[in-house]
Design a binder for this molecule. Structure first.
Ligand code: NAD
Length: 432
């Protein structure tokens, strides 16, 4: 993507803001505050490479809004990271945290780098170097990063350690998504898939579904996709298609998901298999492309891979009546309009994948309390947050006769607006 595309990504985010604002009760001043990040920094990160040379990387961190609590959002290591992309992703985080009602604002960070070109040691130096440059900008009470594309628990561990060294005190709450041994939370691993699963269970109640009659196609069989597949399969849902970056598989009778997961974890390949213990045999299934998966005639379509998958080019061929967005931004705003007009229900990303940031919030709470929960406690606390967010948004959707994405933004904007307005708006000052 060019620099201009990234600028337009932020413009696109603002367009969605404007659309939702026409339905939300939010004053103009609060809205104006949300049109640009509260703070944004660009840093240069010198890294000594293994061959002795020095490379200087560029990194960013955007604190979009912190009216409802410290900014929260991941750090991305990717060659196409840009200021516009980081600002747009931080904006989405503000909306996501408000949408599910957790006490955080939105932030995001990134470094322009292809991490596959770095050795492990170079990656560690870069991760620590990034934290040295942003150490005054982040903190448990100001801005709390987490993993994103091409960053993981190990990297979060290094970053926490570096921050702790700079501040000369152990500070696990500065970053979430850490390894369990360094203060990570149990239940973070499947939190995103589980949050989406709780949303689908609410839909099940509303629509009176019998799970065995509901067919599901899942694009992407990574962290988010595998866990939602496992939970739905355990309840009897028919997962008839799944895919990864190499393509997909389709069987109208549905797959045995634990077997697919076992194969994927053992061989890193997604194959149509049925496993008895450690022995897996190949079963009949059709090989399909990722494009074909999206266009299958299924009841539930779950994009759980990348952004920009449902676009103006393929939206007319999408047959699923319900789409649950586990990925961030899988539907473009142009495709959104078409889906909305056609009556396709889209459970939007800022709701459907918010289980991840919610358990990150639990990790931060546990770090600050120094008291750690069982995995059952994590699940017990996650479910009511997802269920009440889902139902609040569903009610707005029905009440205002808008699509579910607009309803999610309305709920988010009203919560953010309330926090900004609580500090006083023109109404308050002009009258006094
Ligand atoms: P992951 O890297 O674990 O898995 C991604 C999966 O997508 C892999 O199976 C990969 O093979 C597949 N994939 C890559 N390119 C593809 C393509 N062109 N077509 C089909 N599949 C393709 O990542 P993840 O953590 O599962 O994240 C997936 C999505 O969910 C991302 O959009 C991410 O931002 C979003 N998300 C994840 C979390 C989380 O906690 N993991 C939280 C919120 C949102």
């Amino acid at each position: 993507m060019s620099h201009n595309d990234h600028v337009s990504l932020f413009d696109d985010a603002l367009r969605r803001l404007d659309k939702a604002a026409t339905h939300a009760t939010i004053d103009a001043e609060s809205l104006a505050r949300l049109r640009s990040p509260k703070a944004f920094i660009e840093v240069s990160i010198p890294v000594r490479m293994d061959d002795g040379t020095l490379r200087v990387f560029t990194g960013y961190r955007s604190r979009h809004d912190d009216s409802r609590g410290p900014a929260k959002g991941g750090i991305r290591f990717h060659p196409s990271v840009s200021p516009g992309e980081v600002k747009a992703l931080a904006f989405w985080m503000t909306c996501k945290c408000a949408c599910v009602g957790i006490p955080f604002g939105g932030g995001k960070g990134g470094v322009i780098v292809n991490p596959q070109e770095l050795s492990r040691l170079e990656l560690e130096r870069l991760s620590r170097g990034y934290i040295r440059q942003v150490a005054d900008f982040i903190g448990p009470d100001t801005d709390v990063p987490a993993p994103d594309v091409y960053t993981n628990a190990t990297i979060m561990g290094w970053m926490m350690d570096e921050y702790s060294k700079i501040h000369r005190r152990r500070t696990p709450a500065v970053i979430t998504g850490k390894p369990i041994a360094l203060g990570g939370s149990l239940g973070r691993g499947d939190a995103t898939g589980r949050g989406a699963y709780y949303c689908i269970k609410e839909l099940e109640k509303k629509r009176g579904w019998n799970p065995t009659e509901v067919s599901v196609a899942i694009q992407g069989f990574g962290n988010a996709g595998q866990h939602v597949a496992r939970l739905l399969h355990a309840d009897g849902y028919k997962v008839v298609a799944a895919s990864d970056s190499r393509g997909g598989i389709y069987s109208p009778d549905g797959f045995d998901i634990p077997s697919l997961i076992q194969m994927k974890l053992d061989s890193r390949r997604l194959e149509a298999v049925y496993c008895h213990g450690t022995v897996c045999e190949t079963i009949d299934a059709k090989k399909i492309t990722n494009e074909e998966l999206l266009e299958l005639d299924v009841d539930l379509l779950l994009p759980a891979a990348l952004e920009n998958q449902i676009t103006k080019d393929n939206v007319d061929n999408i047959k699923a009546p319900i789409i649950v967005e586990l990925a961030n931004g899988p539907t473009t705003s142009e495709a959104d309009e078409v889906l909305s007009k056609r009556g396709t229900m889209v459970v939007p990303d800022i709701l459907a994948n918010a289980g991840g940031v919610t358990v990150s919030y639990f990790e931060w709470v546990q770090n600050r309390a120094g008291y750690y929960w069982t995995v059952e406690e994590v699940h017990q606390k996650l479910r009511p947050i997802m269920v009440s967010a889902f139902n609040a948004i569903y009610a707005v959707m029905e009440d205002k006769k808008v699509d579910m994405r607009t309803a999610a933004y309305v709920v988010a904007l009203e919560r953010i607006g309330e926090a900004i307005a609580a500090q006083g708006t023109a109404d308050f000052f002009v009258k006094s």
